[in-house]
Design a protein around this ligand. Structure first.
Ligand code: NZQ
Ligand code: ZN
Length: 392
């Protein structure tokens, strides 16, 4: 097991009607004037936004609001939010929504307490020295941004989608009421389950030594989400399945399922971020569309992990050669994606990529990772292009 640091400062408040505690939590973390930040309107339609505002009003907490965070959230709105918060003397950011609203709020948080252009952090030019405190009311179990140190923003000019990670942005609290996810379209629920599993799989497929306890947690999480994703496909209002998936989403990306490894692989995410930036696809669907091609490209370099995954997560019989078992595991994962209506290639994702697009995405991806990256197998620009080509 490698040395590691594990830091999860987020106070989790989980269960039915927990959003009613939002004012107390904001006060606990010193907020006096709040920006409520949300997405394209689902929280307006569900009535959640009005309930949150009424709760803050009752508690005497001043607030302003800014909606409009789109999936693959834009830098332009981040600038707008920073300006609004400065003008209104906001000292606490409350994201109400999914990963896009949360990530957009995190970027505003960096911009508000650091000098200069906030994009510098996403462009790897310098490191943030702080972030305005953030609280979350989660409406979509997927990204784990409610406990993670990451945010992912798209710069409209050049459609550059980049992530930035620092502990400063970890939310102070995360309110998680599984009932709030029941209004999700089935497609977004499935995208969420895919993303959750991928956050643990990115940490699982490594060449990073022994990590028995972490593997046990990871495999348990993967089996749980796989099972409950199918339950939700058939019964979207199932509270217990919603709850299992929601908690798994946080655990999958708060660092727990990577303790003791070598940092993880993360290339499926990096490749998907190019798809999300260029074609504006849902993140989880993009991951499902690229994973099989990535897995077939790298599995021989990470055979023991692919075999373990096949047997312990995908229920493949431990019979035949290691390679045969590993391939059966990859096929079983793709069958699972299909079973929850997720794509397994770019065509099924609805993307008609030209050769030029593939070359550009591979180039931007290589630049974004600083040349090469990966743990299951280290990939360079040519490898990235080969995987994109295999996924068409
Ligand atoms: O915008 P609204 O109207 O709220 O609708 C959203 C959006 O259309 C809708 N939605 C959310 N909750 C709902 C709901 N609709 C009905 N009922 C509800 N309860 O779902 C759609 C997708 O929302 P979004 O927030 O974009 O999805 P997600 O949570 O998957 O976030 C995706 C973004 O997060 C990034 C992704 O790259 C992508 O940009 N990621 C962030 C990470 C992080 N910060 O740690 C890690 C991830 O790997 C990921 O890269
Ligand atoms: Zn993800």
């Amino acid at each position: 097991m490698f040395d590691f640091r594990y830091f999860t400062p987020t106070k989790v408040v989980f269960g039915k009607n927990t959003e009613s505690q939002v004012a107390d939590l904001i006060k606990e973390f010193g907020g006096t004037k709040v920006l409520i930040h949300y997405g394209g309107g689902s929280v307006v339609r569900s009535g959640l936004l009005d309930r949150v505002k009424a709760t803050l009003d009752q508690a005497g907490i001043a607030h302003v609001e800014l909606g409009g965070a789109v999936p693959n959230p834009h830098l332009g709105l981040v600038y707008e939010g920073i300006e609004l918060c400065r003008k209104e003397h906001v000292d606490f950011l409350l994201a109400v929504g999914g990963g896009s609203a949360i990530d957009s709020a995190k970027a505003m948080g960096y911009g508000l307490v650091n000098e200069g252009d906030v994009w510098d952090f996403y462009d790897y030019k310098r490191q943030a020295k702080g972030c305005m405190p953030i609280g979350v009311i989660l409406t979509l179990a997927a990204t784990g941004s409610e406990m993670s140190d990451s945010s992912v923003i798209t710069k409209e000019e050049g459609l550059v989608k980049r992530g930035y990670s620092s502990d400063y942005s970890r939310p102070k609290f995360a309110i998680m009421n599984p009932e709030l996810t029941m209004t999700l379209p089935d497609y977004q629920t499935a995208c969420g389950c895919t993303d959750i599993m991928m956050h643990t799989m990115e940490r699982y497929f490594t060449n990073g030594g022994n990590m028995e306890i972490t593997d046990a947690l990871a495999e348990g999480l993967l089996r749980t989400v796989k099972k409950n994703a199918v339950i939700l496909r058939d019964d979207p209002k199932n509270y217990d399945a919603r709850a299992e998936v929601m908690w798994a989403g946080s655990l999958a990306h708060n660092g727990l399922t990577g303790c003791g490894n070598d940092g993880g692989d993360w290339m499926t995410h990096k490749l998907e971020h190019e798809l999300g930036g260029l074609y504006d696809v849902a993140h989880g669907a993009g991951l499902a569309a690229i994973w099989g091609s990535w897995a077939r490209y790298v599995y021989k370099n990470c055979l023991p992990r692919f075999k373990k995954f096949a047997v312990n997560v995908m229920d493949v019989k431990d019979e035949g050669t290691d390679e045969e078992i590993a391939i059966k595991g990859i096929e079983a994962m793709e069958d699972f994606y299909r079973s929850i209506n997720m794509p397994t290639n770019l065509r099924e994702l609805g993307v008609n990529a030209t050769e030029e697009d593939l070359v550009n995405m591979a180039h931007k991806c290589a630049v974004g990772v600083g040349g090469e990256m990966g743990s299951a197998r280290v990939l360079n620009e040519e490898d990235m292009l080969n995987i994109f080509k295999a996924s068409v």
